[in-house]
Design a protein around this ligand. Sequence first.
Ligand code: SAH
Ligand code: SF4
Ligand code: F3S
Length: 477
Amino acid sequence: MSFMDISRYILNNAASQDIKTDFGRFNGDKKVYIETYGCQMNFSDTEIVLSVLNDFGYAESGSVENSDVILLNTCSIRENAEKKVYSRLEDLKFLKKKNPNLIIGILGCMAERLRKDLIEKKKIVDLIVGPDEYRKVPYLIENLIETGEKGIAVKLSRVETYDDITPVRKEGVTAWLSIMRGCDKFCTFCVVPFTRGRERSRNLNNILKEAARLYLSGVKDIWLLGQNVNSYKHEGKDFADLLKAVAIELPEMRIRFTTSHPYDLSEKLLDVMASHENICKYIHLPVQSGSDRILKKMNRLYTVEEYMRVMRKAREMMPGIGLSTDIISCFPSETEDEHKMTLDVINEVKYDGAYTFLYSRRENTKAYEFETDIDEETKKRRLDEIITLQRKISYEINKGITGKIKEVLIESTSKKSEDQFMGRTDCNKSVIFPKKFSYITEDGKLIDKAELKIGDLVKIRITKANSATLFGEPLLN
Ligand code: SAH
Ligand code: SF4
Ligand code: F3S
């Protein structure tokens, strides 16, 4: 078969993964730039797309200016996320004017939802590829170059997990490892089940192999990733089984996971967390609202009491565990009392941190039909109250840590200062501290400016804190 024949074959067949080719010889000198929006799943998917394109000889360009292909990996979760992408497309127009051969593509969650709108109204978009069709990206590009046809592939799959693709990761001590895709929960406010399709999990052994490869390449901290990590299921094994297997296989690796759904957070999972030192003591567990009536309208599948029971159990089994949450304020028909119930949950749990969002009405979701009857001023005030309360709690918790010694994994240079590192505690708190420090050896010698490096695990005495960050000084281990 010729290249074009195979391209056509693959474009017309969802099960394209079995076909091995040597198309790398085709576009050896092409440069691609991928800009990623949205959640960690999207960042992890970008690494998969880079891998698929690398196999075809595409190299990363590092900037939009030097690229033959620019791909935006997009998010649909709230209206604002989509607005950002539309305005980015406007920005990119001038590049297309300068270079009419430039290919601009949309990947990710906006692809399926907005393909018609994007193709018809956004003339600069040449390519639209949804989250389950990334294997087709190089073929669609080739086809576009040869025939001028715009490339569209937005089918959702019940089986695609990209299990056999080794993502192209940036060097670093932390890595994302995607273990499942999609979501079957259908919360009434959420687009994810529509943009990413049904839930499916990767093969457990392949996840273990990938984790081992990451360990050998110097990664020290893995995030197991999924829209609902804890509804992972593969050949009779659940998420607790998987987590345990990774923890045992890689005793020196720090292991974390996100995002969990309260409905699937079992005691078995808490047990596994508590009994393995290398599983980080941190859970992000979105509560969304403190009112049972609103939770029911959201189709969240738990009551406030059930949620609180899980939180209490987690604290009881793992004192000092880091806890965070997501909250949607002003869901349709939320009353003042129901808003106060959300503040009560925040006060009771005392989260280390929370991501708070104003409800955003999304087409196709069930809640789209619900009456939105809360005025703008009330929305702003309720959101402010939630943010202010959480900030105060985070600050109090962090202030309570000053004077204590924490073990920190050094992740990177601090964004704000070349002379400082950023690292994370087991409970996912970020800590900033100087890169160099002095200490006195056992025989009384002063060693000045000992050097630390990324990937080191260091003891830090916490000296200062604000609501988001801890600051400290390194101690000799
Ligand atoms: N699967 C995860 C969260 C995925 S989306 C879970 O169920 O916990 C991340 C967060 O975005 C959600 O927890 C929710 O708080 C927020 N979110 C989702 N849809 C939203 C909408 N329509 N408006 C406002 N916030 C939304
Ligand atoms: Fe969206 Fe709910 Fe699924 Fe989370 S569990 S991705 S909020 S539908
Ligand atoms: Fe956004 Fe899609 Fe993630 S909608 S939050 S990029 S799953």
